[in-house]
Design a protein around this ligand. Structure first.
Ligand SMILES: Nc1ncnc2c1ncn2[C@@H]1O[C@H](COP(=O)(O)OP(=O)(O)O)[C@@H](O)[C@H]1O
Ligand SMILES: [Mg+2]
Length: 912
């Protein structure tokens, strides 16, 4: 029986008839919005939990819902195994050779066997290859292997970065975040410390708060040092020493130190930042699935990463706007030890509890699976809206689950314990009792559909490496290309500068410079029609998006000969060096009216030579200053209606300024240097050589005239481009990235789509009701006429339909499942068309038509909102002239390294 492809509704499987012990034709849909009250999946190993959850993730991916997955066993990596061609060759690298041996087959035979199994399985569940294609296109999977370089590395340092939040209004939120980080760090050292009550926790939390309030990012090293020597004297009313003795602090510091001293620790602080927005969306706002593979970690490390992720999720979530649609998923495949019953209280329990309670308002859904029903705190799970109970291992497990259900039943009265107990007593694999508080019809048995991905089981390390090899390469080349874009700490004082630098003048500045190409629905004209996945994925978009296009940096570009090098070969006169340089104790004279600035060196000579692609083969290295016209500006942007108030800094270095002629400022964009780093004196006068300034640079009139020129240039070109969504009246925040904005727009569109779909459901549900009612009446007439009961099966369907009709009215998944029944009428009709009454067959045709119309309308609604979500315009904010401030202007001396190798000078930038 075909299912209806409907947005927001997950295709989970079909109803299972427990009495007849067989699969029925009734499709089970699950309204994804119900996941905002979370789902718990219990069942013994092999009961099909992972298969069910992978199927839910597949549905989520098709509807463009991002997810974070914690994968203790390594099964969820199977999300990468989508093979639309169902070709044995595709399966071959992923089969377990042991399985082949056990099946007495060669690996090739076994691959063919598995491919055939998947082909048949999917066909039996009406999943066509096109659906697999769509899944493959929509899947953006990253497998992170914290503490190991097998998959993608992840850095925990982002969690220690001072948040850009307002301490006056958001103290509570920030403190919550601090507490989470502190709990996680202690967990890494194997200590279970509680906020507020445990002194070591309070101490570390205060240290972080103290630093963060000053805008200082932390490292674990900083924390350890400050635990020994806190930056404050009192904690509450007590002196620090009184509150927690020096000796205790020393011991704490030692314990934490042994964590970071372990060689493996290095891998925790390299890689992409552990930042939820980044884990859920690509830079251009497309949804991702981030799998955390943790099979290789110790218990302590698992507890740490889990705590950190859960706490970060809490913090991220609270920054989101409210929504009634599903926004994102967090799935934990095996819950062992993370949410145990009282009195156990591991560090993960509290953040999980908070998520369970609060996530609903923010559209974040949790899926928690466990094979050990004794390991769950049912009291804490009374908030969970959906339970999937699968085959259980033992009588004991059964009792535990029943006891758990009883606790739930007190919260929701309609759960029939006796009936449920009977149902779960003997379940076969892949059959689950589904109890969803939003379905007031009571629990039902669902047989899970065939998983679209190849369920190969846990992948090996080399397989994971292979899967992520491309991503890793992309990542490292991205970092190489833009060393300042390291998504880690902003320790580098140039980072700020570099960001301004990235937006060359020819490009729109700031925000717009990073904006992805408009999200066009590239699949629009393609056959087959897209599944309801939101924002049709455009083919070939790299998962991290392309890094922002950078203008060619004026410094350190290897291909470009360094300043002055062209004039190499000049005969060296007294004090004169090749390349128009002079060795002198003081810089060449510059008229008084012109300000002078010396820029700092930011590279060692070795770094400078290698960055410039030059081999350094010995000789005395001199510091050489090359003069340029330097201008640094701060431009203020404001727009009241969009509530945008922000600034950007731009810098220009114009080398070899001529006495006249146009200056093309856009060709001289340079990094902004913090003015505190600028000096009026050379940094090392003793070994300095200077390039002679060109005539233009020493001409006060010329320099003065250009001062006005640069302001004019900025006035005309330095525009801030922000995304704007007209329909939603939603402006982008120029100080956050496109990912965040795109995700907000998508969520708003999703919500509107879901609302519209609900209305459609009501309308078509009612129309279907009317037809069914007519059909029933006619049939009764017919039966009465013939005085014989025909087609009991059909009759029984009506009765169940009737029984739940009033209860379900308006529920999407109910409408869906009734709609997809229309075809069954048709099939039955065709079988005995001759005998059937004409009116009845006419009604049945109407039902089929209605279903088709409904399905098409669903599709249209989805398409409409996909297009609306993609309809992002740009708004330009231009600065007023008065808002352009010239912070630095005059002659700038740029440091270089200079080596005279036998008359051939080698000059490379020491700044960049
Ligand atoms: N939805 C499914 N589609 C296809 N095969 C499945 C599905 N669910 C389970 N299976 C099969 O059953 C096996 C065990 O299921 P699994 O989901 O791993 O159980 P659990 O996670 O409860 O231990 C899988 O390896 C797979 O072969
Ligand atoms: Mg499993």
């Amino acid at each position: 029986m075909a299912f209806i492809e409907a947005p927001t509704n997950f295709y989970l499987g079909r109803m299972y008839d427990n009495r007849a012990k067989k699969l029925t034709d009734d499709v089970v849909y699950y309204d994804s919005r119900d996941l905002t009250t979370h789902a718990v999946v219990v069942g013994m190993t092999g009961s099909g939990k992972t298969g069910l959850c992978i199927s839910m993730l597949e549905e989520a991916i098709l509807d463009n819902i991002p997810a974070i997955v914690i994968d203790p066993k390594g099964d969820i990596t199977n999300l990468a195994l989508t093979f639309p061609n169902l070709d044995p060759q595709e399966f071959r690298p992923w089969i377990m050779e042991d399985d082949a041996r056990r099946a007495n087959m060669s690996p090739d035979q076994f691959a063919a066997h598995e491919a055939a199994k998947w082909r048949d399985g999917l066909a039996r569940w009406d999943i066509v290859p096109d659906r697999l294609k769509w899944l493959k296109l929509a899947t953006r999977l990253s497998i992170y292997t914290p503490g190991s370089d097998m998959g993608l590395p992840i850095s925990i340092l982002a969690s220690l970065k001072a948040p850009r939040m307002d301490w006056n209004t958001q103290t509570e939120l920030i403190r919550e975040r601090i507490n989470g980080v502190v709990t996680a760090i202690y967990a890494l050292a194997g200590m279970n410390m509680r906020p507020v009550t445990d002194e070591p926790h309070v101490l570390m939390a205060n240290i972080i708060e103290y630093n963060w309030r000053m805008g200082r990012d932390m490292t674990i090293e900083d924390i350890i040092l400050q635990i020994q020597q806190p930056p404050f004297e009192k904690l509450g009313v007590f002196a620090v020493d009184q509150y927690i003795s020096e000796k205790k602090r020393y011991n704490l510091a030692m314990e934490l130190n042994s964590v970071i001293a372990a060689p493996s620790f290095a891998s925790w602080i390299q890689g992409e930042p552990l930042d939820i927005q980044h884990l859920l969306y690509t830079p251009d706002g497309k949804p991702k699935v981030s799998v955390f593979y943790i099979a290789h970690l110790s218990d302590q490390e698992r507890m740490f990463i889990m705590t950190l992720l859960l706490e970060s999720m809490n913090a991220w979530m609270r920054m989101q706007s409210g929504t009634s649609s599903l926004r994102a998923l967090l799935y934990v495949d095996e819950m062992f030890g993370y949410f145990p019953p009282y009195p156990k209280n591991p560090p993960t329990k509290d953040p999980l509890m908070r998520l369970l309670k609060q996530a609903r308002a923010f559209g974040v859904g949790l899926i928690l699976a466990t094979q050990n029903p004794g390991d769950l705190d049912y009291k804490g799970l009374t908030n969970a809206g959906t339970w999937f109970i699968g085959r259980l291992q033992s009588e004991n497990d059964y009792k535990r689950v029943m006891a758990g259900l009883r606790e739930l039943a007190t919260a929701e009265d309609d759960l029939n314990i006796e009936e449920s107990g009977q149902l779960i007593a003997e379940l076969k694999p892949r059959v689950f009792l589904m109890r969803n508080v939003h379905n007031r019809g009571g629990p039902l048995l669902v047989h899970t559909r065939w998983a679209m991905n190849y369920l190969a089981g846990p992948l090996t390390r080399p397989q994971i490496s292979q899967l992520m090899a491309g991503k890793k390469q992309q990542l490292s080349s991205m970092m190489q290309q833009n060393p300042y874009a390291q998504p880690q700490l902003q320790h580098n004082p140039w980072q700020q500068a570099q960001q301004g630098y990235a937006s060359a003048m020819t490009q729109p500045m700031g925000y717009g410079a990073q904006s992805a190409p408009p999200m066009n629905n590239a699949m629009g004209g393609m056959t087959p029609p897209p599944p309801p996945g939101f924002n049709a994925p455009s083919q070939g978009t790299p998962p991290y998006g392309t890094p922002p296009q950078q203008g060619t940096p004026p410094y350190g570009a290897p291909a470009q000969p360094a300043y002055g090098a062209q004039q190499a070969g000049n005969s060296s006169q007294s004090g004169r060096l090749p390349g128009n340089f002079i060795q002198s104790p003081s810089p060449p004279p510059i008229p008084n009216e012109i300000d002078q600035y010396f820029l700092p060196t930011t590279l060692t000579d070795q770094q400078a030579f290698s960055q410039a692609g030059q081999r350094f083969s010995g000789g005395q290295v001199l510091l050489a200053y090359v003069p340029v016209l330097v201008a640094q500006t701060t431009v203020r942007y404001s727009q009241k209606s969009a509530q945008i108030y922000t600034t950007r800094r731009y810098a220009f270095h114009v080398p070899e300024l001529m006495p006249s002629g146009l200056v093309h400022w856009d060709e001289h964009v340079a990094p902004v240097v913090d003015s505190r780093q600028l000096s009026r004196e050379p940094f090392n006068a003793n070994v300095a050589v200077y390039q002679e300034p060109t005539a233009g640079l020493t001409d006060p009139k010329r320099v003065k005239a250009l001062q006005k020129d640069v302001v004019d240039f900025l006035y005309n070109t330095a525009r801030l481009i922000i995304p704007y969504h007209k329909k939603f009246k939603l402006y982008g925040d120029p100080d956050t990235d496109m990912s965040d904005y795109q995700a907000r727009v998508t969520q708003q569109a999703r919500e509107a789509r879901d609302d519209e779909m609900d209305k459609l459901n009501q309308k078509y549900g009612a129309a279907m009701d009317r037809l069914e009612e007519k059909l029933r009446r006619k049939e009764r007439e017919l039966e009465a006429e013939r005085m014989e009961i025909r087609d009991r099966k059909r009759e029984s369907l009506y009765t169940t339909g009737e029984a739940v009709l009033s209860i379900f009215k308006g529920r999407t998944n109910y409408t869906l499942s009734r709609m997809s029944r229309a075809n069954r009428y048709k099939r039955q009709t065709e079988a005995d068309i001759e005998e059937s009454h004409e009116v009845i067959s006419e009604l049945e045709r109407e039902m089929v038509d209605l279903e088709a119309e409904y399905e098409q309308k669903l599709n249209e609604i989805n398409q409409k909102w996909v297009e609306i979500a993609a309809d992002i315009e740009e708004q330009t904010i231009s600065p007023y002239k008065k808002d352009i401030a010239l912070d630095v202007y005059g002659v700038g001396w740029i440091p270089h390294y200079y080596v005279n190798t036998g008359g051939q000078p080698l000059v490379v930038p020491a700044f960049g």
